[in-house]
Design a protein around this ligand. Structure first.
Ligand code: ADP
Length: 492
């Protein structure tokens, strides 16, 4: 229903709420509600740090900054907190952890750095990579100290050793972390201020002095602060930006939540921030296309195989996401079926929650019936799966070169999800250093401006490994807030 609000009534209600800025009452010419709105500036209060974006990076930064003694405000433009982090399925890569040691896995910072650099096609910034890998174990312990325990280990594409850490329950990692971190924020008296989108950074004498946002009523609101931590995520849901940097991705589905519009990149650029690797955009190869639902990285890691329309495998399923995406686009119909058995299902709660519940999965008690449901040639498909299983049983090297997670598909029922690539992660973004200071186009840090998570560029180079986003947000959320505390002269 359209509600008519008189100018007097509108201003009256704002005055009653004590929110009208000085500019609102100037001038006598009749003006529209929109004019009145733009003349009104609400006062959001004064803080040490404003954190923009309540995904994993923003929440890690908030919790750590509050623990360090700062007065923090956490702003979120969507109606709910959590961002894309909510949808992270796989786990968190980390090296030299207690959990790896207990399982007898030998890992090292150097090896994780080498995997990350190689996985990113040799394009990642080596200092940023080392910063992430060196601090990964610390982040695992920090989470664990708050009861957010990632102790279940698994394999993920591009990792030389078992390095991905997941919740013991089989829950998707993102949901688990967002739930835990929201509770940690709440316990510290900070909840995300939702429906509040930051539009602009306020600078005074070349330093951060606040942010201007739009509140749920569309009114401008200013939050004063000495430091801003930008944690606004990527731009994977902004088709204009995607097409600008990678025109071939215009029609691809996205796994991103609608808030992933690249706002932080835009408002930081407006104050002179430099960008890096901005055209590096990752597609994820196993996305159900009618819903944009991501089939967890763990499904491949736990043993799923990929077959094409002809019922044939077409490569090592555990190659990096970009390589597998391109391989799928080369198949007839440009799609594949991810096929797995009940053991994989049992390990991943999200299969029931996201696929079975929405009827976007085929299920059968034997390979023949599954092939019929998939509409692939029955004989070819049955031969593909049985020879895959036989090779594993007989210790014959996989003809497709797969060396990890060679788990035969032997426990019925069997499952198949039709998948193709979808836009998943934007590797490029704000240029930051290892202290998470945002670097300006003049090469110097912008005083008071820090950034963490997917909004930044540099760490993942040309391709992000599964498990490294969750590592990135936690390590860098912590690091950005530590540097902000240092900048403010508040020492932990
Ligand atoms: P990361 O993984 O880097 O933490 P996420 O995508 O999980 O990134 O979270 C980023 C959050 O930032 C999302 O919840 C998104 O809605 C929010 N966000 C994006 N732009 C703005 C903005 N202009 N103002 C406030 N919040 C924003």
């Amino acid at each position: 229903m359209n509600q008519k609000i008189s100018r007097r009534g509108f201003l009256g209600s704002l005055l009653a709420a004590g929110v009208v800025g000085a500019g609102a009452l100037t001038g006598c010419a009749p003006r529209s509600i929109e004019d009145e709105k733009s003349a009104v500036v609400l006062d959001g209060g004064e803080y040490d740090i404003v954190v923009v974006g309540s995904g994993g990076a923003g929440m890690a930064a908030t919790v750590n900054a509050v623990d360090g003694g700062a007065k923090v405000c956490l702003l979120e433009k969507m109606p709910v907190a959590g961002g894309n982090t909510c949808f992270a399925e796989g786990g968190m890569n980390a090296c030299c952890t207690r959990f790896q040691k207990e399982a007898g896995i030998k890992d090292s910072v150097d090896l994780m750095c080498a995997d990350t650099f190689e996985g990113g096609h040799g394009k990642g910034d080596k200092d940023l990579i080392r910063h992430m890998c060196e601090n990964s174990n610390g982040a695992i312990e920090w989470l664990d100290s708050m009861g957010i325990t990632l102790s279940k280990l698994g394999t993920s594409g591009g990792a030389s050793v078992v390095r991905i850490h997941r919740p013991e329950t089989g829950e998707a990692v993102g949901k688990y972390i967002v739930k835990g971190m929201s509770e940690q924020c709440r316990q510290r008296g900070v909840s995300a201020v939702c429906n509040t989108a930051v539009k602009e950074l306020i600078m005074e004498d070349g330093k951060i002095a606040g942010v201007k946002a739009t509140n749920p009523q569309g009114l401008d609101i200013v939050y004063k602060c000495k430091a801003v931590i930008v944690a606004t995520g990527g731009f994977g849901a902004n088709s204009e930006m995607l097409a600008k940097y990678r025109p071939e991705l215009l029609d691809a589905v996205t796994t991103n939540q609608p808030g992933a519009q690249g706002d932080g990149i835009v408002f930081c650029e407006a104050v002179g921030a430099d960008l890096t690797d901005i055209g590096e955009i990752q597609t994820h190869p196993i996305v159900e296309q009618t819903t944009g639902t991501l089939l967890s990285e763990n499904i491949r890691g736990d043993g799923a195989i990929l077959v094409n329309k002809k019922g044939l495998r077409f490569g090592d399923e555990l190659r990096t996401r970009d390589v597998v995406s391109y391989a799928e686009w080369d198949q007839p119909g440009k799609f594949a079926w991810a096929v797995f058995d009940q053991s994989v299902h049992d390990n991943n709660l999200s299969i029931e929650e996201k696929f079975v519940a929405r009827n976007i999965i085929q299920i059968a008690d034997n390979f023949k019936d599954l092939a019929k449901k998939m509409d692939v040639p029955v004989d070819a498909f049955v031969k593909t799966v049985t020879s895959y299983n036989d090779n594993i049983k007989n210790n014959v090297p996989d003809p497709m070169g797969r060396t990890h997670s060679l788990n035969p598909l032997v426990k019925p029922p069997y499952y198949a999800v039709k998948v193709a690539p979808g836009v998943h992660h934007t590797m490029g973004g704000l240029h930051v250093n290892t202290k998470n200071e945002v670097i300006g186009t003049d090469g110097n840090p912008i005083p008071g401006l820090f950034a963490a998570g997917e909004v930044t560029g540099g760490t993942h180079g040309g391709n992000r490994l599964g498990g490294n986003a969750v590592c990135d947000i936690n390590v860098n959320g912590l690091s950005a807030s530590n540097t902000a505390l240092e900048y403010l002269g508040i020492s932990k």
